[in-house]
Ligand binder design. Sequence first.
Ligand code: ADP
Length: 437
Amino acid sequence: MMLELAWRQSLIRLLLYYGATLGIGLLLGEPWWALGIATALLAARAYWRLYRVLRFLDWRKQLRTVDGKGLWAALETLIHRRQTENHTRSRRLVRLLRAYRQAATAMPDGALVIQRRDGQLVWFNKTARHLLGLRYPQSLATPLLDSFPGQPRVRDWLAAGQTDDPLTDLASPADPLVRISLRLIPYSPTQWLVVVRDVTKLMRLEQMRRDFVANVSHELRTPLTVVHGYLDMIEPEEHPDLAVMVEEMRRQSQRMTQLVEDLLTLSRLEAQEHLPEEPLSMASLLVTLRREAEALSQGRHTIRVEDTAGTDLTGSAKELHSAFSNLVSNAVRYTPTGGEITIRFERTADGGARLAVRDSGYGIPAQHLPRITERFYRVSTSRSRESGGTGLGLSIVKHVLNLHQGWLEIESEVGKGSTFACVFGPHRVRARDGTGA
Ligand code: ADP
């Protein structure tokens, strides 16, 4: 619209200009000279305006005013508007960028951007500098792994691109007393964002909690043994009036002893990073598990053992036995009389192995499954107590499996039964008696 008007105005002004020039030229008797001078003046003005426009197009110069009307003025107005818009946009962008950078710098957590390809540092904030002992700008373009010499955990974690699990409880390269955790966040197709957090206090608290539970459990052991010993010395026949009470006291002190033992087992497992790597004969372990199940069941259930794997495992024989026993004991305890329990050892598709304990018992409602391995978590407290449970069995199983890089798979349907399976990777599978895995 503006251009249309400018074009028309310009044409009219041009016609008027040449009309007037021709009039004056005729009056003076030199129309050609007059037209020539007018055209030269016009060309000079056009040259000047063109020079101005070109100068404005040069990004360093800011167009401040627009002169006159017509086509040249329209061109200048358009340029002016574009320039102002661009200027405002870039100012806003710079402000935004500065705010982001300030926010990243002020963050209490360390933040680093690294290349996915080679782990080279692209950017890091002040906290990351302190926590990892980096130097600016010398550390830029060096691999993050250089900050963790001799720490294969960090190398493996980075190589695996573990975005789900943070790497916790690492010693800070700047100060070994500071414990840090690293979290990997997908940032762009070519870069990772690494968040570094100081978890010293958290780790100290966690250690205090562990020590406290371990110490309390340990301290409870001796008085419990004494109580237990005295209770055992009371002959119910000699004190028939106390018989019921003594029996209940015995049951409760046994429960407490079991609780203390389970708590101590958990503390011991938590404190360990590795377990012994021993050969574990599955054929004989399956026989033991069957015997344990039969002893617990007292003929109330049908017990089956299926061994289709034909391989053994490697790991801690004692801890794996305790984990499998826990599952078998749960299956017996949470299956009513007449039910079926199947212990099955089989290979998995990826070359690993799996020990599954299936029962036809009460089953577990789906909403409880995500929390079932938490300490003291029970679907039904009364049923668990009645069956002599401590609420720690599945926590122990989970810890043992973690220490073997394995995991627990649970399937359950209320009223139909449950399957608890311990799954192990191929590296845990071992040829049975040299027959080849
Ligand atoms: P508990 O000592 O109480 O058995 P666990 O940690 O072994 O503790 O199990 C936690 C809870 O999971 C149990 O209280 C029970 O409610 C449920 N549970 C475990 N195994 C089974 C199973 N085979 N069938 C049904 N419920 C089970």
